[in-house]
Design a binder for this molecule. Structure first.
Ligand code: COA
Length: 376
C-alpha cells in the first residue's frame, strides 16, 4: 500500500507568533486540506512538545480538529520530544498502511515564546542522572569529544552553519534570512565550549502541516516511501561509542530494508541539524561518510545546494528554525516543495529531484526517525 504526501502548509518561523498553537494548527490544517483536493481527512495527528507546559493546553489534536471545522474525526496527540513531528508522521504512515484510515492531516505546532522553553527542553534528558545537563551542554560535550578523538579543528565544521544560513537567506519562511561567513561563525560568542552561536538552532515559534493519503484513495506527486524508528541507550555516556549514532544507523537501515533503497540513491538530505555535530553524526550513520569523516562533506562543500548531497536545503533547523514539535513537518513540507519543484529560490536542480532522506532526532540521539520520500 503506497502512502502519498498530497499537500503541505507552513507558517513563517518567527521569534514570537502572537497566536495560540491550536489556532495556528486549525489554520494550517484547513490550508493543507484545501490544497490536497480532499473534502476531509479521517484523522488528525498533532505534535507539540511544549503546549501543555507553556500554554497550559494539552489535548491539542482534538482542539485543532475543532478549530479546523473537523470535529468528529479521529484525533491524537503524538509525542517524542524534539522528534514529535516525525513520530506523528510515522503514526499516520502506520495507520494508513494498516488500512484503518484513508487520510491523515499531520500537524506540528510550537510556541517556545509562550514561556521559558529551556526547562522544558531539558526534560528530553534523564530527569535524575542528567539533571545538571541541557541539550546545548550534551551537544557541546559531543562536539568536544569528536574534535579530540578524531584530531579535527573546530573550523572544519563551519560550513554546516554557512550552508544552512545561505539556504535560509533565500527562504521567505525562515527565521534567519541572512548569510554568515567563516569569520562570523568562528568569532561568534561561545554558547558552551566549543559550540558557538551559529552552531546551534534557535528558540522560536512555528507550525506546519502535511496531508497523507492511501494512493488508491487520492494519489499525489510525492510518495512517502519508508518510515522507521529506532532507539539507543537513553544516556549518551552509557553508549559503547557516544559518537556512533546507532539509532540513526538502525532506523536508516530499517527504512532501506523495507524500501530497497540505499545510501547512493539519495539526492538530498533534510537532516536534523539542531547542532552541527548532530548533522555530522547523521551523515556518518547513514553511510555518506565513514566514521570520523562526516565533517569532510561540509568542509568539501558537498552539502551545498550545488554539491553532491545537499542538506538543510531551505535553511534546516539552524536557519529556518527549530520550533520543536513543528520541525519534522517543516522538513517534510520542504521535501514536498523540492520534489514538486515549488521550492522557489531554494529549488534544487532537476537532477536532484529523486529519493530524499529525512531524519529527526528525539533527545541526544536517543530516538531516531528516518523517512524516505520520492516522486510518485
Ligand atoms: N543562531 C543565530 N543567531 C541566534 C541564535 C542562533 N541559534 N539564537 C539567538 N540568536 C540571535 C538572536 O536573533 C538575537 O539577535 P539580535 O540581537 O540581532 O536580535 C541574538 O542572537 C540574541 O538572542 P537571544 O535569544 O538573547 O540569544 P540567547 O543567548 O538567549 O540564545 C542560544 C542563544 C543558542 C543559547 C539559544 O538559541 C538556544 O538555546 N538554542 C538551542 C535550543 C535547543 O536546545 N533546542 C533543542 C535542540 S534538540
Amino acid at each position: 500500500m503506497a502512502v502519498h504526501l498530497l499537500s503541505a502548509s507552513r507558517l513563517p518561523v518567527a521569534k514570537s507568533i502572537n497566536q495560540n498553537s491550536w489556532e495556528m494548527g486549525g489554520t494550517l490544517v484547513r490550508e493543507a486540506l484545501e490544497r490536497s483536493g480532499l473534502e476531509s481527512v479521517d484523522a488528525i495527528y498533532a505534535s507539540s512538545m511544549m503546549s501543555g507546559e507553556l500554554e497550559g493546553q494539552m489535548h491539542l489534536a482534538s482542539l485543532i480538529a475543532d478549530e479546523a471545522g473537523l470535529a468528529g474525526v479521529e484525533a491524537m496527540d503524538i509525542s517524542a520530544v524534539s522528534a514529535s513531528g516525525a513520530a506523528a508522521i510515522r503514526a499516520a504512515y502506520l495507520a494508513i498502511q494498516s488500512g484503518e484510515v484513508n487520510s491523515v492531516a499531520v500537524v506540528g505546532v510550537e510556541r517556545m515564546s509562550a514561556g521559558d522553553a529551556n526547562p522544558v527542553l531539558r526534560k528530553a534528558l534523564h530527569a535524575v542522572r542528567e539533571s545538571e545537563k541541557t541539550m546545548v551542554l550534551k551537544n557541546a560535550d559531543a562536539l568536544a569529544m569528536y574534535l579530540k578523538n578524531h584530531s579535527v579543528q573546530y573550523e572544519s565544521f563551519v560550513n554546516f552553519a554557512i550552508n544552512a544560513h545561505r539556504n535560509g537567506a533565500k527562504n521567505p519562511l525562515a527565521l534567519f534570512q541572512k548569510e554568515v561567513d567563516e569569520a562570523k561563525v568562528v568569532e561568534a560568542r561561545i554558547i558552551a565550549e566549543p559550540l558557538r552561536l551559529y552552531d546551534c538552532s534557535p528558540v522560536c515559534d512555528g507550525g506546519a502541516c502535511i496531508v497523507l493519503s492511501r494512493s488508491d484513495h487520492k494519489a499525489g506527486d510525492v510518495k512517502l516511501a519508508a518510515s522507521a524508528c529506532s532507539t539507543d541507550r537513553f544516556v549518551l555516556e552509557d553508549r559503547q561509542d557516544p559518537l556512533d549514532f546507532l539509532a540513526a544507523r538502525k532506523s536508516f537501515q530499517k527504512a532501506c530494508d523495507s524500501s530497497g533503497r540505499n545510501t547512493p540513491d539519495f539526492k538530498f538530505f533534510e537532516v536534523h541539524d539542531a547542532f552541527n555535530i548532530m548533522a555530522c553524526l547523521c551523515l556518518e550513520a547513514c553511510g555518506f561518510a565513514s566514521k570520523g569523516r562526516g565533517f569532510r562533506l561540509a568542509e568539501d562543500g558537498d552539502i551545498y545546494a550545488d554539491g553532491k548531497l545537499p542538506i538543510a536545503t531551505m535553511g534546516g533547523l539552524k536557519a529556518r528554525g527549530h520550533p520543536i514539535g513543528a520541525t519534522a513537518l517543516y522538513q517534510a513540507a520542504e521535501i514536498h516543495a523540492q520534489l514538486t519543484e515549488t521550492a522557489g529560490a531554494n529549488q534544487l536542480p532537476a537532477e536532484k529531484i529523486g529519493p530524499a532522506l529525512m531524519q529527526s532526532i528525539g533527545g541526544a540521539g536517543t530516538t531516531l526517525f528516518t523517512h524516505f520520500f520520492e516522486p510518485a
